[in-house]
Design a protein around this ligand. Structure first.
Ligand code: UD1
Length: 390
């Protein structure tokens, strides 16, 4: 397959799991708005497949239905990654894309990058250069390897370029553009669903709140917190203690719900002021986050969304790949340190907690910047290739 064809083929945009959708939606929109870019095609690997983790989010984000769904489903990391690769390769062969656009750090991000890399197709990584420096996290391995293969690395915060430089990535491949996830947040904030409506839809009476109508949000799904019985029971004990100070709403990830049952820990949640919900849509989640007194999470994206919303975030991890949320935003790392977490909760309830500012270029226009830059890059590349052939 010739390079000239590559230069004209579609922009092959890959999503696999929930945190990819809010990053890809503004990109697909910004690509479509530029007539000097090839058509964008959306491929869903099928890593996430539950309706609650998919269709509703696509609709909320105004993300068009995928052109292709590879339906890989769950599996061990090796099986999932290999299966994405096996199914993505013929797609790349058939479509001869101009480039493959991947976002974030999930297994699908790495798998599709590997396929593109072996085929000599340019890889565009959006949200490049984030590092937790914790190689026990599957996402850290996905980030490191994807960035090694990527031709264009678009970053969300300044520290990312330093991380990439340390790993030998040439500076000219790196562009600081801001945060596409915040593009989605700003675009859809006005449509956020009020928390009472979300609870009512789930059949829950508003009486669960305290007199001021205050509540906190919990989300936990990282293997380090939920895959081992001891860690999960510690985490549930902490959540229970926090709920004595502030009623909590917890939209629970299927992996976490499954493990609570598997390890026989459901009793830790009974009787506490904790409302468990199914995974929520994007507009429901935005509404819940925006109105929360505080958020207790181990998510990557929510650390950034709470910073953009100026809501205090206690991150139940020992590290973060998103240091700007600590340095400038409302985020605090608390691990599974019960005493520290309760002290932080008390402080938030007494004083409102950490006051941050919105980081540089988290202004709702990151995807536009990427589309503009990518269009110039593809044009220059096509020119270079034409010159090389002449
Ligand atoms: C994945 C990402 C993680 C991201 C998270 C957001 C990797 C390595 N991890 O983790 O970075 O923060 O998505 O949700 O890519 N399951 C369902 N329905 C689904 C999907 C998953 O029930 O639609 C259950 C299955 O039991 C599955 C388990 O969740 O085995 C884990 O799913 P998987 O896609 O492997 O990883 P996540 O934990 O969702």
């Amino acid at each position: 397959m010739g390079d000239a064809l590559h230069a004209r083929g579609p922009l092959l945009c890959v999503v696999g799991a929930r945190p990819n959708y809010m990053k890809m939606a503004p990109l697909v929109r910004a690509f479509a708005a530029r007539s000097d870019l090839p058509t964008a095609m959306l491929v869903h690997t099928g890593q996430h497949y539950d309706v609650a983790m998919n269709e509703k989010l696509f609709a909320d984000l105004e993300l068009p239905a995928p052109d292709l769904n590879l339906q890989v489903g769950s599996g061990t990391h090796a099986v999932q990654t290999a299966e994405v690769m096996r199914r993505f390769e013929p797609v790349v062969d058939e479509l001869a894309p101009s480039c493959v656009v991947v976002v974030g750090d999930v297994n699908s991000t790495l798998a599709c990058s590997l396929v593109a890399s072996k085929k000599g197709i340019p890889i565009v990584h959006v949200e490049a250069g984030l590092r937790s420096f914790d190689r026990d996290m599957p996402e850290e391995i996905n980030r490191l390897l994807t960035d090694q293969m990527a031709d264009l690395l678009y970053t969300t915060e300044r520290a990312a370029a330093d991380n990439l430089a340390r790993e030998g990535i040439p500076r000219e491949r790196i562009q600081f553009v801001g945060n596409v996830m915040i593009d989605s947040l700003l675009r859809h904030s006005a449509r956020a669903v009020p928390p009472l409506e979300t609870l009512a839809r789930a059949g829950i009476a508003p009486g669960v709140f305290n007199a001021q109508g205050d509540f906190g949000i919990v989300t936990l799904h990282r293997p380090s917190n939920v895959d081992q019985s001891l860690a999960l029971s510690q985490a549930l004990g902490i959540v229970r203690d926090v709920a004595e100070r502030l009623p909590l709403i917890w939209p629970i990830h299927p992996r976490t719900r499954g493990n609570i049952e598997l390890f026989g820990l459901s009793s830790l949640l009974t009787g506490a002021r904790i409302v468990l919900l199914e995974p929520q849509g994007y507009l429901e989640t935005l509404g819940l986050l925006a109105k929360a007194r505080l958020v207790l999470t181990d998510s990557g994206g929510i650390q950034e969304e709470t910073t953009a919303l100026a809501v205090p975030c206690l991150t139940m991890r020992d590290n973060t790949e998103r240091p700007v949320t600590i340095e400038q935003g409302t985020n605090t790392l608390v691990g599974r340190d019960r005493k520290r977490i309760l002290a932080c909760v008390d402080e938030v309830l007494a004083t409102g907690g950490k006051r941050g500012r919105v980081p540089e270029l988290w202004d709702g226009r990151a995807a536009e910047r990427i589309a503009l830059h990518l269009s110039g890059w593809l044009r220059d590349r096509a020119t270079r290739q034409a010159e090389a052939r002449a």
